[in-house]
Design a protein around this ligand. Structure first.
Ligand SMILES: *[C@@H]1O[C@H](CO)[C@@H](O)[C@H](O)[C@H]1NC(C)=O
Ligand SMILES: *[C@@H]1O[C@H](CO)[C@@H](O)[C@H](O)[C@H]1NC(C)=O
Ligand SMILES: *[C@@H]1O[C@H](CO)[C@@H](O)[C@H](O)[C@H]1NC(C)=O
Ligand SMILES: *[C@@H]1O[C@H](CO)[C@@H](O)[C@H](O)[C@H]1NC(C)=O
Ligand SMILES: *[C@@H]1O[C@H](CO)[C@@H](O)[C@H](O)[C@H]1NC(C)=O
Ligand SMILES: *[C@@H]1O[C@H](CO)[C@@H](O)[C@H](O)[C@H]1NC(C)=O
Ligand SMILES: *[C@@H]1O[C@H](CO)[C@@H](O)[C@H](O)[C@H]1NC(C)=O
Length: 443
């Protein structure tokens, strides 16, 4: 889940984090204004990066404010280097140039990807830039470990349909499976899948999500652990299937759900408060989750899907159900960070393709798109008591002038859910942060 609770986040922000006053928040009941038409995954309005991965068509100025979404590609990913990845501050929507955007502290080791979470940081997040509109994703993964530490491998659509695997580091014998439709919290959606006689941290396992139009299966090492039938998600009152059905991105992350200051429900779900002096922190300097080969297989889109091209998915209505998605030839690439789905080429030749303002690249508050960070930790929220997903990372203070908050997942506690949007917490020079992050990453 990727909603946030302002008060919780605010509470958990460190003193060095300043909330910016000119942030415009957005939600499905409060769309963005025309000049900052895109509602980011974190519920804030802007242009550029706000219009890319995670841009919520239902909360944006209009259904075409977000940039079209790069279409599914069959592909296998291995990790000899990070050449096919890009920091989200540099990404303008060209998925052919970079398969993943990331934030945090990735490393490669023996052909594997290490998503790390150094002491007091907010972890790492990888989001695939190619959307999937039904398909199978498979990841060879070793989870992280320790109470309060959550590893995630999820499919997340821009309107918050979601299918999850989440490993809570306090229990290495199981992985939690979960799903959401348009971010609606339902406590019955979660289930545990055991990883028999094994340890999810020490042993490699292959975790698959087989997402089809009529059913979803969670498969571990070739064994079907859970099947969700679309027919079982019918809501007779609303006359609709509350089943994940919109183009989604694969996201992998490691995050501190048990960070002090998070909602108590989130900390409890994560197995307790995180220990920043754990064995892994002492020996390696960070918590880590290891990712081996990742495979994506695209299934055919629904037969009824409107198809006028082969480059991008677009929403045709803010109802954002399966029938409201079309496949088009539209470009997915923005001309600059000032461009939006309303004018994709705006600023293309002005040379302003680097992050210049705080409302052109979403501050990484977790959930999904984020930018890298050395967070002096900040807020993080988990999903509603006990189901959370998403992830992200914050951007840290590099120059001492800026620091950002980070949060992932939703937070709303059971029975007390009032998700609101988080405040923007980045203030200061994005460029300094970027430089610092690049330095960290290339070390
Ligand atoms: C997609 O392309 C069509 C035709 O060129 C255009 O009318 C429409 O505005 C584009 N949509 C977006 C979201 O860019
Ligand atoms: C996207 O990147 C690819 C590979 O770098 C390049 O060939 C292509 O021209 C780019 N497309 C756009 C629209 O910038
Ligand atoms: C999954 O297992 C954890 C303990 O490991 C437990 O707290 C949680 O309630 C279980 N969830 C479900 C849905 O059974
Ligand atoms: C079914 O739809 C109704 C009307 O929108 C809504 O109030 C209710 O919460 C939905 N049920 C579930 C289980 O989501
Ligand atoms: C991906 O691969 C599957 C199975 O091999 C095939 O059916 C499908 O058409 C391919 N899709 C794309 C977009 O290449
Ligand atoms: C998009 O912005 C450019 C300026 O960069 C402008 O010349 C062009 O007319 C705009 N297009 C539309 C459709 O508004
Ligand atoms: C984050 O920044 C602080 C001070 O700016 C520094 O002390 C700390 O080592 C950094 N953490 C990481 C993981 O780089």
């Amino acid at each position: 889940m990727v909603r946030f609770v302002t008060s919780l986040l605010a509470l958990s922000l460190s003193a060095t984090v300043l909330a910016s006053s000119n942030t415009i928040t957005c939600s499905t009941s409060k769309q963005c204004p025309q000049d900052k038409p895109c509602c980011s995954q974190y519920g804030e309005c802007g242009t550029g990066g706000y219009c890319l991965g995670g841009c919520d068509a239902q909360s944006s100025f209009s259904v075409d404010s977000c940039a079209p979404m790069p279409i599914c590609e069959n592909k296998s990913y291995t990790w000899d280097n990070l050449d096919n990845t890009v920091l989200n501050t540099k990404y303008l929507g060209n998925a052919s140039a970079a398969d993943w955007t990331y934030s945090g502290f990735p490393k490669t080791q023996d052909g594997n990807l290490l998503m790390t979470m150094p002491k007091n940081s907010v972890g790492s997040l990888f989001a695939n830039n190619h959307y999937i509109w039904y398909g199978k994703v498979s990841g060879k993964i070793k989870s992280s470990r320790g109470k309060g530490v959550v590893t995630a491998f999820i499919l997340l659509s821009d309107v918050k349909d979601e299918i999850d695997y989440e490993w809570v580091g306090a229990d290495l014998t199981a992985v939690q499976t979960n799903y959401y439709w348009q971010g609606v919290l339902d406590w019955h959606n979660s289930a545990n899948a055991s990883v028999t006689n094994e340890d999810t941290f020490k042993d490699w396992h292959t975790y698959e999500i087989d997402w089809q139009p009529d059913q979803t299966q969670w498969i571990i090492d070739g064994v079907v652990k859970r099947t969700l039938k679309k027919s079982d998600t019918w809501n007779a009152t609303a006359n609709r299937f509350q089943y994940p059905q919109t183009p989604a991105r694969l996201q992998m992350s490691l995050w501190p759900a048990g960070q002090k200051g998070n909602a108590q429900g989130t900390i409890d779900w994560a197995g307790g408060e995180i220990d920043w002096n754990s064995q892994d922190i002492q020996e390696k300097g960070y918590y880590y989750a290891t990712v081996g080969k990742v495979d994506v297989t695209c299934y055919d889109p629904p037969k009824e899907a409107k198809k006028t091209g082969n480059n991008a998915y677009v929403y045709t209505s803010d109802t954002a159900m399966e029938a409201d998605v079309a496949i088009t030839g539209n470009s997915t690439v923005l001309g600059s960070l000032a461009a939006t789905g309303l004018n994709m080429t705006y600023g293309a030749h002005s040379g302003s393709s680097t992050a210049t303002g705080s409302d052109s690249v979403p501050t990484n508050m977790g959930g999904t798109g984020g930018m890298a960070s050395n967070g002096t930790n900040t807020g993080s929220t988990g999903t509603s008591s006990g189901s959370s997903s998403g992830s992200g990372s914050g951007s840290g203070s590099a120059s001492g002038a800026s620091s950002t908050g980070f949060s992932q997942g939703t937070s709303a506690t059971k029975g007390n859910s009032a998700p609101a949007q988080v405040e923007r917490v980045l203030q200061g020079s994005f460029f300094a942060v970027l430089v610092a992050v690049v330095a960290l990453v290339t070390l």
